[in-house]
Design a protein around this ligand. Structure first.
Ligand code: PEP
Ligand code: MG
Length: 754
């Protein structure tokens, strides 16, 4: 059944004129209900608006007693009007008194009216009021009349929200439990804790004009916008920009939905009923959202957000608006709510405006998280049903450290949270004050503590933390945030800047480590069943040597006159290291041949991330200048447990006996050949793990900047000989994890690990 008809269109046309007229918002509302009553041949037309506390207040009426306006209040669920709000569905009661929900309110004088038809006023999928018409005689309104009133109710809802007659805040979340405090659990992608205000990364679009003058022109606009949207979805799928996780599947579902003739037909019908293309999209979306929220099938409910996203995309094509909140005014303490973040999107926000990020998806190694780490923004991922639980401007307490989020926190939670934030600040101030103290254990054993970096802006942390250098510079990020492969000159400039910011401190550059979840927008690769074990990292750059050559060329140029330290990721065979190293040597020879200034010294090392390397270690150690243990990947492969999958990433402990034994063997073999070895995976930045590493004998660690201060405190409070003797004993334990024992040991020996 199509929305409205010629009569409906006429009513909307008259409404448009009324709305354009002058007077206060209340005057306009009064005129509107009069007009609707007249047009629908009803004796009464009343508009009820939802107020705080789930109460519907009579805001305007034609036909009922004017004394009842702003006096009559009905609870949601109470009476026919309350029932419409509760169910978010129209109600057509030819004989209202007989309806089981009927309640009589003497102040309204409604005893005169036999029939009632009402519809919910929806905005953003939420009921913000009820619009009802009544007649003295028994009357069954036609389906077309119901549809027309629904369209009018949608226009009224938008009008009300824009007039200031009721505050937007009060209209915000009203359905279900949406106003109650809530605790959600997710996966910590970047630690930290903040209080803030929810901001949708892709905000819903504001519609200026609701009623159209020329439906044909609107239909044409819709066609053009649909075509543009389909095109952009096709491009996105083709370029695999966001292929991480099930994002591609979701995109493909969108794409299918964008072709859904039923959806498009309903929008077209809404336009024919007199709405602008934007208002028609919103109207159909609201309708669908209400139906779907009432669906019991969780799969269908989950798809709700997809539909909303698609409608929003279409609206953006219609309005030519900015797709993200980055360039809009927003609260100073914004916590972004998103499904996932695309390349560089986080960097689009003005510095300092984003306090935290919440994602429905997300993995710890995705690039947005790497950026967040550089910016010191806490990130919590894998939060199911984020959009249905958080409304824009909701207060949030994000506690990424403990993998939890408090939505609309109670005063108690806020208070406790504020206390721990103060304590956190104090600890940070302490780390800052201690930044120039040397990295030595309590018994005077020097430990090299370096920092991991991935962005130029990370380099400022060298100064802020006092780290001794950069033990791992992830070079892939600049490649991911550009529209095309950066050329040698661009890379040279970048590496020069990095080295300049490092001052005299060493920087270990890791060559391109893309693939798996780190994708380049300009390289399309086929979807792989196991991307973490697929065509990634050194495998790509050895298969496409021109890419590695250009990177090494730039590194050689940038390091002229100083030391060049470079290492290769994901080496699985000695032959791969040989090939990569040959390429470095060739570049050095080439540079020398051209009379270029050369690096003062060159150190070429490897990451240890693939367990197979352990069984070629002796051969490898003869060829490398240093080894860096990438425990993130090494352990995921060792335990065959995806590091980004919360279902399995907790199945092993980084401090378990097999890990300690493996790390010990690596260290022993490196020591035997005098090969410097560093641990640069995430575990190195956690004080308890770092304590165990020093206990195993490691003397070089590289970690994300926030770990440097806590690790220094831990080091300075430990006696390395005592810890070493203790950890040595743990190696003989039967399998299991000595984590609890290590914690108790630290506590008993006054070692600061938390
Ligand atoms: C690692 O695997 O431990 C590592 C440091 O590399 P990345 O986290 O960049 O994969
Ligand atoms: Mg790795």
């Amino acid at each position: 059944m199509p929305f409205g008809d010629a009569n409906g269109r006429r009513l909307l046309g008259r409404l448009r004129e009324h709305m354009a007229g002058g007077g206060t918002p209340q005057d306009r509302l009064d005129r509107t209900v009069r007009l609707i009553a007249e047009d629908l041949n009803a004796d009464v037309c009343s508009c009820y608006v939802m107020r705080a506390g789930e109460v519907l207040e009579l805001f305007a009426t034609q036909g009922l007693s004017q004394d009842a306006v702003h006096r009559t209040r009905l609870r949601v669920g109470e009476g026919l009007v309350g029932a419409i709000a509760a169910r978010a569905r129209p109600l057509n009661a030819p004989y209202a008194w007989e309806h089981p929900n009927f309640v009589y309110r003497p102040e309204t004088g409604e005893e005169l009216y036999a029939s009632l038809m009402g519809v919910p006023m929806l905005r953003g999928g939420q009921v913000i009021g009820v619009l009802a018409v009544q007649n003295r005689e028994r009357r069954t309104f036609t389906e077309l009349e119901v549809e027309t009133l629904e369209t009018v109710a949608m226009v009224l809802a938008e009008m009300l929200a824009g007039t200031g007659l009721v505050s937007f805040d009060e209209l915000a979340p009203v359905a279900g439990n949406a106003v109650l405090p809530l605790r959600m659990e997710g996966l910590c992608l970047n630690p930290g804790a903040v209080l803030g205000t929810a901001v949708y990364h892709r905000p819903s679009v504001h519609i200026e004009k609701l009623i159209c003058e020329d439906p044909e022109a609107e239909l044409e606009r819709l066609r053009a916008a649909l075509q543009a949207m389909r095109q952009s979805l096709d491009d996105m799928i083709r370029s695999h920009v966001d292929m991480a996780g099930d994002h591609r599947e979701i995109l493909e579902a969108y794409r299918m939905f964008a072709d859904d003739t039923g959806w498009v037909a309903r929008i077209s019908d809404a336009i024919r009923s007199g709405l602008t293309a934007e208002a028609a999209v919103r109207r159909v979306d609201d309708d669908m959202k209400v139906r779907l929220t009432q669906a019991s099938d969780p799969y269908i409910r989950e798809r709700l957000h997809d539909l909303e996203d698609l409608a929003n995309r279409l609206l953006l094509h219609l309005t030519g608006g900015d797709p993200t909140a980055a360039n809009r005014p927003m609260p100073e303490d914004a916590i972004l709510v998103c499904r996932s973040l695309g390349p560089a999107e986080l960097m689009d926000y003005p510095r300092g405006t984003v306090r935290g990020v919440l994602m429905e998806e997300g993995t710890p190694t995705m690039h947005a998280v790497i950026v967040a780490r550089a910016l010191d923004i806490p990130v919590l991922g894998r939060l199911q049903g984020l959009y249905s639980r958080i409304a824009p401007l909701d207060a949030l307490a994000l506690d990424a450290d403990n993998q939890q989020l408090f939505v609309r926190p109670s005063d108690d939670v806020r208070e406790t949270f504020t206390h721990s934030l103060v304590a956190r600040q104090a600890r940070r101030a302490e780390y800052l004050a201690e930044r120039s103290l040397p990295f030595v254990t309590g018994d005077g054993e020097p430990i090299s503590v370096m920092m991991n970096a991935g962005l130029l802006m990370d380099m400022a942390h060298l100064e802020g933390t006092g780290a001794m250098g950069v033990g791992l510079y992830r070079t892939e990020l600049p490649f991911m945030t550009r529209p095309s492969l950066p050329d040698v000159a661009t890379q040279t400039l970048l590496y020069q800047k990095i080295l300049a910011q490092a001052g005299g401190k060493p920087v270990v550059f890791r060559t391109l480590d893309v693939g798996s979840d780190k994708l380049l927008p300009y390289w399309s690769n086929d979807a792989e069943d196991n991307p973490a074990m697929g065509w990634r990292s050194i495998r790509i750059t050895l298969d496409r040597p021109a890419v590695l050559r250009s990177q090494v060329r730039a590194l050689v140029r940038a390091s002229a006159g100083r030391e060049l330290r470079v290492m290769f990721p994901m080496i699985a065979n000695v032959a791969e290291f040989d090939d990569a190293r040959r390429l470095v040597d060739a570049e050095l020879t080439r540079a020398a041949g051209r009379g270029q200034a050369l690096p003062e010294a060159v150190c070429v090392g490897t990451m240890l991330e693939v367990p197979a390397l352990l069984y070629q270690f002796e051969e490898l150690l003869q060829k490398v200048d240093f080894v860096s243990v990438g425990s993130n990947d090494l352990l995921q492969f060792l335990f065959a447990a995806d590091r980004g999958n919360p279902r399995v990433s907790g199945r092993y402990d980084t401090l378990s006996v097999p890990v300690l034994r493996l790390l010990r063997q690596v260290l022993d073999r490196c020591r035997a050949t005098d090969t410097p070895v560093t641990v640069c995976g995430e575990m190195a930045g956690r004080p308890l793990e770092a304590m165990a590493l020093v206990g195993l004998g490691y003397r070089a660690l590289s970690m994300a900047a926030p770990g440097v201060g806590p690790v220094k405190q831990m080091l300075r409070s430990m006696d390395s000989r005592v810890v070493e003797a203790y950890v040595q004993r743990l190696l003989d334990l039967p399998a299991g994890s000595p984590r609890a024992a290590l914690k108790a040991f630290a506590r008993d020996h006054g070692i600061k690990v938390s």
